[in-house]
Write a protein that binds this ligand. Structure first.
Ligand code: AHR
Length: 546
Protein backbone atom coordinates (compact mmCIF):
# COMPACT_ATOMS: atom_id res chain seq x y z
CA UNK A 1 0.00 0.00 0.00
CA UNK A 2 1.02 3.62 -0.36
CA UNK A 3 4.27 4.70 1.17
CA UNK A 4 5.93 8.06 1.03
CA UNK A 5 9.00 6.57 -0.60
CA UNK A 6 8.40 8.08 -4.00
CA UNK A 7 11.04 10.68 -3.60
CA UNK A 8 12.72 10.44 -7.01
CA UNK A 9 11.15 13.60 -8.24
CA UNK A 10 11.88 15.93 -11.03
CA UNK A 11 10.40 19.36 -10.67
CA UNK A 12 8.93 19.46 -14.11
CA UNK A 13 6.08 21.44 -15.59
CA UNK A 14 3.19 19.75 -17.35
CA UNK A 15 1.13 21.97 -19.58
CA UNK A 16 -1.89 19.94 -18.56
CA UNK A 17 -0.66 17.66 -21.26
CA UNK A 18 -1.00 14.20 -19.78
CA UNK A 19 0.75 11.34 -21.61
CA UNK A 20 2.69 9.48 -18.96
CA UNK A 21 6.27 10.45 -19.19
CA UNK A 22 5.56 13.14 -21.80
CA UNK A 23 6.32 15.87 -19.33
CA UNK A 24 6.51 19.21 -20.99
CA UNK A 25 9.20 21.71 -20.35
CA UNK A 26 7.32 24.83 -19.37
CA UNK A 27 9.65 26.20 -16.73
CA UNK A 28 8.55 26.47 -13.14
CA UNK A 29 9.09 29.94 -11.76
CA UNK A 30 12.29 29.92 -9.72
CA UNK A 31 10.61 31.11 -6.53
CA UNK A 32 7.99 28.89 -4.97
CA UNK A 33 4.88 30.86 -4.12
CA UNK A 34 4.01 30.75 -0.41
CA UNK A 35 6.01 27.54 0.06
CA UNK A 36 3.91 25.69 -2.53
CA UNK A 37 5.50 22.67 -4.17
CA UNK A 38 3.36 23.02 -7.28
CA UNK A 39 1.88 25.75 -9.43
CA UNK A 40 -1.17 26.03 -11.60
CA UNK A 41 -1.63 28.91 -13.99
CA UNK A 42 -4.98 29.34 -15.72
CA UNK A 43 -4.91 31.49 -18.83
CA UNK A 44 -8.49 32.58 -19.26
CA UNK A 45 -7.79 34.40 -22.50
CA UNK A 46 -6.45 31.28 -24.17
CA UNK A 47 -9.69 29.63 -25.27
CA UNK A 48 -9.54 26.09 -26.58
CA UNK A 49 -13.18 25.68 -27.54
CA UNK A 50 -16.60 24.98 -26.08
CA UNK A 51 -16.75 21.75 -24.10
CA UNK A 52 -19.47 19.77 -25.86
CA UNK A 53 -22.03 18.68 -23.25
CA UNK A 54 -21.98 15.39 -25.18
CA UNK A 55 -18.48 14.66 -23.85
CA UNK A 56 -20.40 13.61 -20.74
CA UNK A 57 -22.26 10.77 -22.43
CA UNK A 58 -22.97 7.12 -21.78
CA UNK A 59 -23.09 3.72 -23.38
CA UNK A 60 -25.64 0.97 -22.87
CA UNK A 61 -25.29 -2.44 -24.49
CA UNK A 62 -27.33 -5.59 -24.04
CA UNK A 63 -24.42 -7.26 -22.27
CA UNK A 64 -24.51 -8.98 -18.88
CA UNK A 65 -26.58 -7.04 -16.34
CA UNK A 66 -26.55 -3.68 -18.14
CA UNK A 67 -30.02 -3.65 -19.71
CA UNK A 68 -31.84 -6.41 -17.84
CA UNK A 69 -31.76 -5.60 -14.15
CA UNK A 70 -29.43 -2.61 -14.54
CA UNK A 71 -31.92 -0.45 -16.46
CA UNK A 72 -34.99 -2.51 -17.20
CA UNK A 73 -36.77 -4.15 -14.27
CA UNK A 74 -40.23 -4.23 -15.89
CA UNK A 75 -43.49 -2.49 -15.06
CA UNK A 76 -44.61 -5.34 -12.80
CA UNK A 77 -41.41 -5.39 -10.77
CA UNK A 78 -41.30 -4.83 -7.02
CA UNK A 79 -38.23 -2.70 -7.71
CA UNK A 80 -39.42 0.93 -7.91
CA UNK A 81 -39.62 1.81 -11.60
CA UNK A 82 -40.89 4.38 -14.06
CA UNK A 83 -42.58 2.55 -16.91
CA UNK A 84 -40.31 -0.45 -16.32
CA UNK A 85 -37.09 1.55 -15.94
CA UNK A 86 -35.29 1.39 -12.58
CA UNK A 87 -36.28 4.57 -10.74
CA UNK A 88 -33.11 4.89 -8.64
CA UNK A 89 -31.10 4.92 -11.87
CA UNK A 90 -33.32 7.55 -13.46
CA UNK A 91 -33.11 9.80 -10.40
CA UNK A 92 -29.33 9.56 -10.09
CA UNK A 93 -28.58 9.85 -13.81
CA UNK A 94 -30.78 12.91 -14.27
CA UNK A 95 -28.66 14.76 -11.72
CA UNK A 96 -25.48 14.55 -13.80
CA UNK A 97 -27.00 15.88 -17.07
CA UNK A 98 -26.20 12.96 -19.36
CA UNK A 99 -25.53 14.25 -22.88
CA UNK A 100 -26.23 11.24 -25.07
CA UNK A 101 -26.86 7.53 -24.50
CA UNK A 102 -25.51 5.07 -27.09
CA UNK A 103 -27.37 1.79 -27.63
CA UNK A 104 -27.75 -1.18 -28.41
CA UNK A 105 -23.99 -1.90 -28.61
CA UNK A 106 -21.06 -2.48 -28.89
CA UNK A 107 -20.58 -5.82 -30.54
CA UNK A 108 -24.22 -6.64 -29.77
CA UNK A 109 -25.34 -3.97 -32.26
CA UNK A 110 -24.06 -5.92 -35.23
CA UNK A 111 -26.20 -8.92 -34.37
CA UNK A 112 -29.33 -6.97 -33.38
CA UNK A 113 -32.46 -6.82 -35.52
CA UNK A 114 -34.42 -3.80 -34.34
CA UNK A 115 -37.67 -5.28 -35.71
CA UNK A 116 -37.46 -7.88 -32.89
CA UNK A 117 -37.72 -5.18 -30.23
CA UNK A 118 -40.91 -3.37 -31.26
CA UNK A 119 -44.63 -4.10 -30.95
CA UNK A 120 -46.50 -6.04 -28.26
CA UNK A 121 -44.04 -7.35 -25.66
CA UNK A 122 -45.49 -10.88 -25.59
CA UNK A 123 -45.11 -11.22 -29.35
CA UNK A 124 -41.45 -10.30 -29.49
CA UNK A 125 -39.09 -13.12 -30.49
CA UNK A 126 -36.40 -14.54 -28.21
CA UNK A 127 -32.92 -14.63 -29.74
CA UNK A 128 -29.55 -15.96 -28.70
CA UNK A 129 -27.60 -13.06 -27.34
CA UNK A 130 -24.33 -12.01 -28.93
CA UNK A 131 -22.56 -12.45 -25.56
CA UNK A 132 -24.11 -15.84 -24.75
CA UNK A 133 -20.92 -17.81 -25.29
CA UNK A 134 -18.51 -15.21 -24.01
CA UNK A 135 -16.30 -16.57 -21.22
CA UNK A 136 -14.47 -13.71 -19.52
CA UNK A 137 -13.18 -16.37 -17.11
CA UNK A 138 -13.94 -20.03 -16.48
CA UNK A 139 -16.75 -19.50 -14.01
CA UNK A 140 -18.26 -16.29 -15.35
CA UNK A 141 -20.42 -16.65 -18.39
CA UNK A 142 -23.95 -15.90 -19.54
CA UNK A 143 -25.45 -19.32 -18.89
CA UNK A 144 -28.99 -18.26 -18.10
CA UNK A 145 -31.60 -15.53 -18.32
CA UNK A 146 -31.90 -12.62 -20.72
CA UNK A 147 -28.11 -12.56 -20.83
CA UNK A 148 -28.24 -15.79 -22.85
CA UNK A 149 -31.59 -15.59 -24.63
CA UNK A 150 -32.59 -12.06 -25.40
CA UNK A 151 -36.32 -11.54 -24.74
CA UNK A 152 -36.29 -8.28 -26.69
CA UNK A 153 -38.35 -6.66 -23.95
CA UNK A 154 -36.13 -3.57 -24.07
CA UNK A 155 -36.33 -2.30 -27.64
CA UNK A 156 -36.35 1.03 -29.44
CA UNK A 157 -39.40 2.46 -27.64
CA UNK A 158 -38.08 1.49 -24.22
CA UNK A 159 -34.66 2.94 -25.04
CA UNK A 160 -36.17 6.24 -26.15
CA UNK A 161 -38.37 6.25 -23.02
CA UNK A 162 -35.24 5.84 -20.89
CA UNK A 163 -33.49 8.69 -22.72
CA UNK A 164 -36.47 10.98 -22.25
CA UNK A 165 -36.72 10.13 -18.55
CA UNK A 166 -33.12 11.20 -17.94
CA UNK A 167 -32.98 14.06 -20.45
CA UNK A 168 -30.39 12.50 -22.79
CA UNK A 169 -30.33 12.38 -26.59
CA UNK A 170 -30.51 8.90 -28.13
CA UNK A 171 -27.61 7.58 -30.20
CA UNK A 172 -28.43 4.38 -32.06
CA UNK A 173 -25.79 2.07 -33.52
CA UNK A 174 -26.91 0.33 -36.71
CA UNK A 175 -26.19 -3.27 -37.64
CA UNK A 176 -23.74 -3.33 -40.56
CA UNK A 177 -22.41 -6.88 -40.20
CA UNK A 178 -25.63 -8.90 -40.36
CA UNK A 179 -28.40 -6.69 -41.80
CA UNK A 180 -28.70 -4.87 -45.14
CA UNK A 181 -28.72 -1.07 -45.39
CA UNK A 182 -32.48 -1.22 -46.03
CA UNK A 183 -33.08 -2.20 -42.40
CA UNK A 184 -31.11 0.82 -41.30
CA UNK A 185 -33.22 3.15 -43.46
CA UNK A 186 -36.35 1.60 -42.03
CA UNK A 187 -35.09 2.05 -38.48
CA UNK A 188 -34.53 5.74 -39.21
CA UNK A 189 -38.02 5.82 -40.71
CA UNK A 190 -39.57 4.09 -37.68
CA UNK A 191 -37.92 6.60 -35.36
CA UNK A 192 -38.21 9.83 -37.30
CA UNK A 193 -41.05 9.75 -39.86
CA UNK A 194 -44.22 11.62 -38.87
CA UNK A 195 -47.20 9.52 -37.82
CA UNK A 196 -49.39 8.62 -40.76
CA UNK A 197 -46.60 9.12 -43.30
CA UNK A 198 -45.34 5.58 -43.80
CA UNK A 199 -45.98 2.01 -42.73
CA UNK A 200 -43.00 2.20 -40.38
CA UNK A 201 -44.20 5.36 -38.67
CA UNK A 202 -47.67 3.81 -38.41
CA UNK A 203 -46.06 0.90 -36.59
CA UNK A 204 -44.59 3.39 -34.12
CA UNK A 205 -47.81 5.34 -33.78
CA UNK A 206 -49.64 2.08 -33.05
CA UNK A 207 -47.52 1.74 -29.90
CA UNK A 208 -48.87 5.09 -28.70
CA UNK A 209 -45.87 7.08 -29.94
CA UNK A 210 -47.49 9.59 -32.30
CA UNK A 211 -44.62 12.05 -32.12
CA UNK A 212 -41.43 11.05 -33.96
CA UNK A 213 -38.46 10.22 -31.74
CA UNK A 214 -36.23 12.65 -33.66
CA UNK A 215 -33.09 10.51 -33.35
CA UNK A 216 -30.13 12.52 -34.65
CA UNK A 217 -27.11 10.39 -33.79
CA UNK A 218 -26.65 7.20 -35.81
CA UNK A 219 -23.62 4.96 -35.58
CA UNK A 220 -22.80 3.03 -38.74
CA UNK A 221 -21.75 -0.28 -37.21
CA UNK A 222 -19.34 -0.89 -34.37
CA UNK A 223 -15.72 -2.00 -34.43
CA UNK A 224 -15.87 -3.15 -38.07
CA UNK A 225 -12.22 -4.17 -37.76
CA UNK A 226 -13.39 -6.90 -35.33
CA UNK A 227 -16.81 -8.08 -34.12
CA UNK A 228 -18.49 -5.64 -36.51
CA UNK A 229 -17.58 -7.62 -39.62
CA UNK A 230 -13.81 -8.07 -39.89
CA UNK A 231 -13.70 -5.48 -42.66
CA UNK A 232 -10.64 -3.76 -44.06
CA UNK A 233 -10.79 0.06 -43.78
CA UNK A 234 -11.51 0.24 -47.51
CA UNK A 235 -14.36 -2.27 -47.28
CA UNK A 236 -15.82 -0.45 -44.31
CA UNK A 237 -15.55 2.91 -46.10
CA UNK A 238 -17.63 1.42 -48.94
CA UNK A 239 -20.21 0.13 -46.43
CA UNK A 240 -20.29 3.51 -44.72
CA UNK A 241 -20.98 5.28 -48.01
CA UNK A 242 -23.68 2.77 -48.93
CA UNK A 243 -25.42 2.95 -45.55
CA UNK A 244 -25.43 6.74 -45.43
CA UNK A 245 -26.33 7.46 -49.07
CA UNK A 246 -29.76 8.97 -49.60
CA UNK A 247 -31.24 8.16 -46.20
CA UNK A 248 -34.59 9.98 -45.87
CA UNK A 249 -34.16 12.74 -43.28
CA UNK A 250 -37.74 13.61 -42.21
CA UNK A 251 -36.45 17.07 -41.24
CA UNK A 252 -33.97 15.68 -38.71
CA UNK A 253 -30.31 16.66 -39.28
CA UNK A 254 -28.78 13.19 -39.08
CA UNK A 255 -25.32 12.94 -37.53
CA UNK A 256 -23.54 9.81 -38.72
CA UNK A 257 -20.73 8.39 -36.66
CA UNK A 258 -18.23 6.21 -38.48
CA UNK A 259 -16.61 3.38 -36.54
CA UNK A 260 -13.00 4.29 -35.97
CA UNK A 261 -9.87 2.70 -34.60
CA UNK A 262 -9.03 0.44 -31.71
CA UNK A 263 -6.62 2.43 -29.55
CA UNK A 264 -3.48 3.35 -31.46
CA UNK A 265 -4.37 1.80 -34.81
CA UNK A 266 -3.45 4.86 -36.86
CA UNK A 267 -3.61 2.88 -40.08
CA UNK A 268 -7.34 2.28 -39.65
CA UNK A 269 -7.84 6.03 -39.51
CA UNK A 270 -5.64 6.99 -42.46
CA UNK A 271 -6.89 4.22 -44.74
CA UNK A 272 -10.59 4.84 -43.96
CA UNK A 273 -10.33 8.57 -44.62
CA UNK A 274 -8.33 8.01 -47.79
CA UNK A 275 -10.85 5.49 -49.09
CA UNK A 276 -13.83 7.61 -48.07
CA UNK A 277 -12.55 10.68 -49.87
CA UNK A 278 -11.20 8.81 -52.92
CA UNK A 279 -14.02 10.23 -55.05
CA UNK A 280 -13.96 13.69 -53.52
CA UNK A 281 -13.82 15.47 -50.19
CA UNK A 282 -17.59 15.94 -50.34
CA UNK A 283 -17.94 12.54 -48.66
CA UNK A 284 -16.70 14.16 -45.45
CA UNK A 285 -19.95 16.10 -45.23
CA UNK A 286 -21.68 12.86 -44.32
CA UNK A 287 -19.48 12.14 -41.32
CA UNK A 288 -20.24 13.87 -38.03
CA UNK A 289 -17.84 11.87 -35.90
CA UNK A 290 -15.00 9.40 -36.05
CA UNK A 291 -15.35 6.94 -33.21
CA UNK A 292 -12.26 5.98 -31.25
CA UNK A 293 -12.41 3.11 -28.74
CA UNK A 294 -9.82 2.88 -26.00
CA UNK A 295 -9.92 0.73 -22.89
CA UNK A 296 -7.04 1.18 -20.48
CA UNK A 297 -7.46 -2.42 -19.33
CA UNK A 298 -6.54 -3.64 -15.89
CA UNK A 299 -3.46 -4.71 -13.98
CA UNK A 300 -2.12 -7.87 -12.34
CA UNK A 301 -4.89 -10.41 -11.89
CA UNK A 302 -7.47 -7.85 -13.12
CA UNK A 303 -9.02 -7.47 -9.68
CA UNK A 304 -10.84 -4.13 -9.52
CA UNK A 305 -10.19 -3.63 -5.82
CA UNK A 306 -6.97 -5.49 -4.98
CA UNK A 307 -3.89 -3.87 -6.49
CA UNK A 308 -0.41 -2.73 -5.51
CA UNK A 309 0.76 0.86 -5.45
CA UNK A 310 2.72 0.28 -8.65
CA UNK A 311 -0.46 -1.09 -10.25
CA UNK A 312 -2.27 2.04 -9.12
CA UNK A 313 0.17 4.14 -11.12
CA UNK A 314 0.30 1.67 -13.98
CA UNK A 315 -3.43 1.91 -14.63
CA UNK A 316 -3.43 5.71 -14.38
CA UNK A 317 -0.52 5.91 -16.82
CA UNK A 318 -2.33 3.63 -19.26
CA UNK A 319 -5.50 5.70 -19.03
CA UNK A 320 -3.39 8.78 -19.66
CA UNK A 321 -2.56 7.36 -23.09
CA UNK A 322 -5.86 8.90 -24.20
CA UNK A 323 -3.99 12.19 -24.59
CA UNK A 324 -1.68 10.88 -27.30
CA UNK A 325 -4.44 8.85 -28.97
CA UNK A 326 -6.52 11.97 -29.44
CA UNK A 327 -3.68 13.98 -30.95
CA UNK A 328 -2.39 11.09 -33.04
CA UNK A 329 -5.73 10.27 -34.67
CA UNK A 330 -6.54 13.95 -35.08
CA UNK A 331 -3.31 14.35 -37.05
CA UNK A 332 -4.08 11.25 -39.13
CA UNK A 333 -7.57 12.56 -39.93
CA UNK A 334 -6.05 15.85 -41.11
CA UNK A 335 -4.26 14.06 -43.95
CA UNK A 336 -7.61 13.69 -45.76
CA UNK A 337 -9.64 16.26 -43.83
CA UNK A 338 -7.34 19.27 -43.34
CA UNK A 339 -10.25 21.54 -42.39
CA UNK A 340 -11.31 19.08 -39.69
CA UNK A 341 -14.94 18.83 -40.70
CA UNK A 342 -15.07 15.54 -38.85
CA UNK A 343 -14.64 15.55 -35.07
CA UNK A 344 -13.63 12.76 -32.74
CA UNK A 345 -16.24 10.75 -30.86
CA UNK A 346 -14.68 8.54 -28.18
CA UNK A 347 -17.71 6.32 -27.83
CA UNK A 348 -16.13 3.61 -25.67
CA UNK A 349 -13.56 4.26 -22.94
CA UNK A 350 -12.71 3.12 -19.45
CA UNK A 351 -10.73 0.71 -17.30
CA UNK A 352 -11.76 -2.94 -17.64
CA UNK A 353 -11.33 -5.36 -14.72
CA UNK A 354 -12.65 -8.85 -13.96
CA UNK A 355 -16.13 -9.26 -12.47
CA UNK A 356 -16.58 -9.15 -8.69
CA UNK A 357 -17.65 -12.23 -6.73
CA UNK A 358 -20.72 -10.51 -5.26
CA UNK A 359 -22.26 -10.03 -8.71
CA UNK A 360 -23.91 -12.91 -10.59
CA UNK A 361 -21.58 -14.68 -13.06
CA UNK A 362 -23.79 -13.81 -16.02
CA UNK A 363 -23.47 -10.08 -15.24
CA UNK A 364 -20.30 -9.89 -17.26
CA UNK A 365 -17.53 -7.63 -15.94
CA UNK A 366 -19.67 -6.23 -13.11
CA UNK A 367 -17.66 -4.76 -10.22
CA UNK A 368 -17.91 -1.75 -7.93
CA UNK A 369 -14.84 0.18 -9.13
CA UNK A 370 -12.49 1.92 -6.70
CA UNK A 371 -10.91 5.29 -6.12
CA UNK A 372 -8.35 4.23 -8.77
CA UNK A 373 -11.13 4.03 -11.38
CA UNK A 374 -12.41 7.43 -10.28
CA UNK A 375 -8.99 8.90 -11.07
CA UNK A 376 -9.06 7.14 -14.45
CA UNK A 377 -12.44 8.78 -15.13
CA UNK A 378 -11.24 12.19 -13.98
CA UNK A 379 -7.99 12.29 -15.92
CA UNK A 380 -9.79 11.03 -19.03
CA UNK A 381 -12.53 13.68 -18.80
CA UNK A 382 -9.82 16.30 -18.23
CA UNK A 383 -8.13 15.11 -21.41
CA UNK A 384 -11.38 15.51 -23.34
CA UNK A 385 -11.92 18.99 -21.90
CA UNK A 386 -8.43 20.03 -22.94
CA UNK A 387 -9.22 18.87 -26.47
CA UNK A 388 -12.63 20.52 -26.61
CA UNK A 389 -11.83 21.73 -30.12
CA UNK A 390 -11.51 18.13 -31.36
CA UNK A 391 -13.98 16.05 -29.38
CA UNK A 392 -17.69 16.17 -30.15
CA UNK A 393 -18.81 13.33 -27.89
CA UNK A 394 -17.47 10.70 -25.50
CA UNK A 395 -19.35 7.74 -24.00
CA UNK A 396 -18.01 5.99 -20.96
CA UNK A 397 -18.30 2.19 -21.18
CA UNK A 398 -20.71 1.34 -19.72
CA UNK A 399 -23.50 2.92 -17.71
CA UNK A 400 -24.39 0.26 -15.19
CA UNK A 401 -23.15 -3.16 -14.09
CA UNK A 402 -20.30 -3.54 -16.53
CA UNK A 403 -16.74 -2.29 -17.07
CA UNK A 404 -16.22 1.38 -16.06
CA UNK A 405 -19.74 1.78 -14.75
CA UNK A 406 -21.29 4.63 -12.79
CA UNK A 407 -23.79 2.36 -11.08
CA UNK A 408 -24.11 -1.14 -9.69
CA UNK A 409 -27.59 -2.64 -9.50
CA UNK A 410 -28.83 -6.05 -8.51
CA UNK A 411 -32.54 -6.64 -7.95
CA UNK A 412 -33.61 -4.14 -5.27
CA UNK A 413 -30.04 -3.09 -4.43
CA UNK A 414 -28.38 -0.10 -6.02
CA UNK A 415 -25.32 2.04 -5.49
CA UNK A 416 -23.37 4.69 -7.31
CA UNK A 417 -19.69 3.95 -7.94
CA UNK A 418 -16.83 6.46 -7.50
CA UNK A 419 -17.04 7.13 -11.26
CA UNK A 420 -20.49 8.61 -10.74
CA UNK A 421 -19.10 11.15 -8.30
CA UNK A 422 -16.51 12.24 -10.86
CA UNK A 423 -19.20 12.80 -13.49
CA UNK A 424 -21.21 14.79 -10.94
CA UNK A 425 -18.20 16.94 -10.03
CA UNK A 426 -17.27 17.52 -13.67
CA UNK A 427 -20.79 18.31 -14.93
CA UNK A 428 -20.09 22.03 -14.46
CA UNK A 429 -17.70 21.89 -17.45
CA UNK A 430 -20.52 21.00 -19.87
CA UNK A 431 -21.04 23.77 -22.40
CA UNK A 432 -18.40 26.06 -20.84
CA UNK A 433 -15.34 27.42 -22.68
CA UNK A 434 -12.24 25.30 -22.13
CA UNK A 435 -9.27 27.51 -21.27
CA UNK A 436 -5.61 26.62 -21.00
CA UNK A 437 -4.31 25.43 -17.64
CA UNK A 438 -0.59 24.97 -17.04
CA UNK A 439 0.50 22.70 -14.21
CA UNK A 440 3.97 22.52 -12.73
CA UNK A 441 4.47 19.77 -10.19
CA UNK A 442 7.00 17.10 -9.28
CA UNK A 443 6.71 14.10 -11.59
CA UNK A 444 6.18 10.68 -10.05
CA UNK A 445 8.51 7.79 -10.78
CA UNK A 446 7.14 4.27 -10.50
CA UNK A 447 7.74 0.71 -11.65
CA UNK A 448 10.76 0.26 -13.85
CA UNK A 449 11.72 3.76 -14.85
CA UNK A 450 8.19 4.86 -15.66
CA UNK A 451 6.89 8.31 -14.90
CA UNK A 452 3.59 10.06 -14.45
CA UNK A 453 2.93 13.76 -14.12
CA UNK A 454 2.47 15.16 -10.63
CA UNK A 455 -0.73 17.13 -11.19
CA UNK A 456 -2.99 17.50 -14.25
CA UNK A 457 -6.47 18.70 -15.01
CA UNK A 458 -8.57 21.09 -17.01
CA UNK A 459 -10.30 24.45 -16.66
CA UNK A 460 -13.38 26.04 -18.16
CA UNK A 461 -15.03 29.42 -17.96
CA UNK A 462 -18.68 30.43 -18.03
CA UNK A 463 -19.19 34.13 -17.36
CA UNK A 464 -17.39 34.72 -14.05
CA UNK A 465 -17.44 31.08 -13.01
CA UNK A 466 -14.14 29.27 -13.50
CA UNK A 467 -14.29 25.51 -12.97
CA UNK A 468 -10.97 23.80 -12.44
CA UNK A 469 -10.69 20.04 -12.06
CA UNK A 470 -7.46 18.50 -10.87
CA UNK A 471 -6.08 15.00 -10.34
CA UNK A 472 -3.31 14.36 -7.83
CA UNK A 473 -2.24 10.81 -8.66
CA UNK A 474 0.37 10.54 -5.90
CA UNK A 475 -0.51 7.59 -3.72
CA UNK A 476 0.85 9.17 -0.55
CA UNK A 477 1.78 12.84 -0.97
CA UNK A 478 -0.50 15.83 -0.89
CA UNK A 479 0.46 18.63 -3.25
CA UNK A 480 0.46 22.20 -2.03
CA UNK A 481 -0.32 24.36 -5.03
CA UNK A 482 -0.34 28.06 -5.84
CA UNK A 483 -3.16 28.73 -8.30
CA UNK A 484 -3.07 31.93 -10.32
CA UNK A 485 -5.48 33.19 -12.93
CA UNK A 486 -3.81 35.13 -15.75
CA UNK A 487 -6.22 37.77 -17.01
CA UNK A 488 -8.46 37.67 -13.94
CA UNK A 489 -8.62 37.65 -10.16
CA UNK A 490 -10.31 35.19 -7.87
CA UNK A 491 -12.92 36.69 -5.58
CA UNK A 492 -14.20 33.58 -3.86
CA UNK A 493 -13.51 29.88 -4.05
CA UNK A 494 -14.74 26.54 -2.85
CA UNK A 495 -13.53 23.01 -3.37
CA UNK A 496 -15.11 19.58 -3.67
CA UNK A 497 -12.78 16.62 -3.27
CA UNK A 498 -13.05 12.89 -3.82
CA UNK A 499 -10.27 11.09 -1.98
CA UNK A 500 -9.39 8.53 0.64
CA UNK A 501 -6.35 7.32 2.52
CA UNK A 502 -7.36 3.88 1.26
CA UNK A 503 -6.54 3.62 -2.44
CA UNK A 504 -8.97 0.71 -2.69
CA UNK A 505 -11.91 2.66 -1.30
CA UNK A 506 -15.16 1.83 -3.10
CA UNK A 507 -18.88 1.73 -2.58
CA UNK A 508 -20.96 -1.39 -2.13
CA UNK A 509 -24.63 -2.23 -1.66
CA UNK A 510 -23.95 -2.40 2.08
CA UNK A 511 -21.89 0.82 2.17
CA UNK A 512 -23.10 3.00 -0.70
CA UNK A 513 -21.49 6.14 0.75
CA UNK A 514 -18.11 4.69 1.66
CA UNK A 515 -16.50 6.97 -0.91
CA UNK A 516 -18.22 10.27 -1.59
CA UNK A 517 -17.07 13.81 -2.33
CA UNK A 518 -16.73 16.35 0.45
CA UNK A 519 -16.38 20.12 0.55
CA UNK A 520 -13.11 21.64 1.76
CA UNK A 521 -11.97 25.17 2.53
CA UNK A 522 -10.00 27.22 0.04
CA UNK A 523 -7.80 30.20 0.93
CA UNK A 524 -8.03 33.14 -1.50
CA UNK A 525 -4.86 35.24 -1.46
CA UNK A 526 -4.11 38.28 -3.59
CA UNK A 527 -6.45 37.29 -6.40
CA UNK A 528 -5.18 33.70 -6.44
CA UNK A 529 -5.67 30.56 -4.44
CA UNK A 530 -3.46 28.42 -2.25
CA UNK A 531 -4.76 24.89 -2.14
CA UNK A 532 -3.46 21.52 -1.00
CA UNK A 533 -4.58 18.72 -3.27
CA UNK A 534 -4.75 15.61 -1.08
CA UNK A 535 -2.89 12.46 -2.14
CA UNK A 536 -4.88 10.20 -4.47
CA UNK A 537 -7.55 12.76 -5.17
CA UNK A 538 -9.89 14.32 -7.69
CA UNK A 539 -10.73 17.95 -6.89
CA UNK A 540 -13.08 20.50 -8.36
CA UNK A 541 -12.29 24.13 -7.60
CA UNK A 542 -15.14 26.53 -8.23
CA UNK A 543 -13.59 29.94 -8.56
CA UNK A 544 -15.65 33.09 -8.90
CA UNK A 545 -13.76 35.82 -10.70
CA UNK A 546 -14.01 39.49 -9.79
O1 AHR B 1 -17.97 -2.59 -24.06
C1 AHR B 1 -17.80 -3.96 -24.32
C2 AHR B 1 -17.33 -4.25 -25.73
O2 AHR B 1 -16.07 -3.68 -25.95
C3 AHR B 1 -18.18 -3.66 -26.84
O3 AHR B 1 -19.26 -4.47 -27.15
C4 AHR B 1 -17.23 -3.60 -27.98
O4 AHR B 1 -17.55 -2.56 -28.87
C5 AHR B 1 -15.89 -3.40 -27.32
O5 AHR B 1 -14.92 -4.25 -27.83
Amino acid sequence: MPTADRSRRAFIGTAAAGAAGALLSRALPAVRAQGADARLEILIDERIGTIAPEIYSHFVEHLGGVVYDGIWVGEESAVPNVGGVRKALVDALKKISPGVIRWPGGCFADSYDWHDGIGPADKRPRRTDFWADSRPSQNRTATTGPQRFDPNRFGTNEFVRFCRLVGAAPYIAANVRSLPAKDFYQWVEYCNAPAGATTMSELRAATGEQEPFGVRYWGVGNEPWGCGGNFTPEEYAAEFRRFTAWVPKYGVPLRYIAAGPNGGDREWTTRFFKALTARGAGALNDVFGWALHYYSGSTGNRNAIEFTTDEWYELLARADRMESLVTQHWAAMAESDPAHKVKLVVDEWGAWHAGAAEMPPNYLWAYPGSLRDALVAALTLDTFNRHADKIAMANVAQLVNTIHSLFLAREDRFTVTPNYHVFAMYAAHQGAAAVRAVFSAPAIAFGRAQALWGLAGSASLRDKALTVTVVNPHAADARDCAVTVRGGAVQSARATVLSSTDLRAHNSFEHPDALAPRQTAVAVRAGGVQYTFPAASVTRLELTLA
